[in-house]
Design a protein. Structure first.
Length: 212
């Protein structure tokens, strides 16, 4: 008997590679407020079709010239934008570094583009798109407006919309002292996505696909 082909991201997500992203910022306005951290987490499918969290790519980012730094936002995240230990780089360098890693993964998985996954994904994509426009950076790997939002997925799967509560409901360990770091939040969001995806796949195998 010929074994069925191993599942792939390209076939599962119509040619798109899901990449979980979190940004930390100095406010809520993507056009005026500084982007301070960006983290992107790759998710992978194993030979059984089980989704796992893969590598994380991240940068601390220097505020762009003239950027607004809202004191309340900085107090909330605990970020000192100009602290020397941050080893922050400018927006263009940060985006190039993260985008190059994502493009390698897109090619590796045979996908045509990445799709941003986030908890309130429109917020993260908005800041990335604004930074791309400011830096005039080409070859943005992300779809310009389509996203996968774990707020909606977590509301459906667990009846929770806040990331910390959704993670805890899914059995993902949550440390409040580490929250509001782009790396920590992106990795927990990726764990949440994988759990929801894997439970759905298990349910599909038991009950069969939903009628068209």
């Amino acid at each position: 008997m010929i074994s069925p082909p191993a599942p792939s991201m390209a076939s599962r997500f119509q040619g798109y590679l899901p990449v979980v992203v979190d940004v930390e910022t100095a406010g809520f306005n993507a056009e005026t407020d500084a982007l301070l951290e960006i983290a992107a987490v790759i998710v992978r499918l194993d030979e059984s079709g089980v989704m796992h969290r893969g590598a994380t790519h991240a940068c601390h980012v220097l505020p762009f010239p003239g950027a607004n730094l809202d004191p309340a936002s900085l107090a909330f995240t605990g970020i000192d934008p100009y602290h020397p230990f941050r080893q922050a780089v400018d927006e263009k360098e940060a985006l190039k570094s993260v985008f190059e890693a994502i493009r390698r993964e897109v090619k590796h998985h045979g996908c045509r583009r990445a799709i941003l996954v986030g908890h309130n994904a429109a917020f993260d994509l908005g800041f990335i798109n604004a930074a791309v426009a400011r830096t005039k950076l080409k070859r943005n790997p992300f779809h310009p407006f389509s996203t996968i939002d774990t707020v909606s997925l977590a509301a459906l799967a667990f009846g929770q919309t806040v990331l910390a509560r959704a993670a805890e409901a899914a059995g993902v360990p949550w440390d409040s002292s580490k929250a509001h770091s782009a790396i920590y939040d992106a990795e927990r969001t990726a764990d949440l996505l994988c759990i929801i995806f894997n439970r759905w796949e298990t349910l599909q195998k038991k009950t069969g696909p939903a009628p068209a």
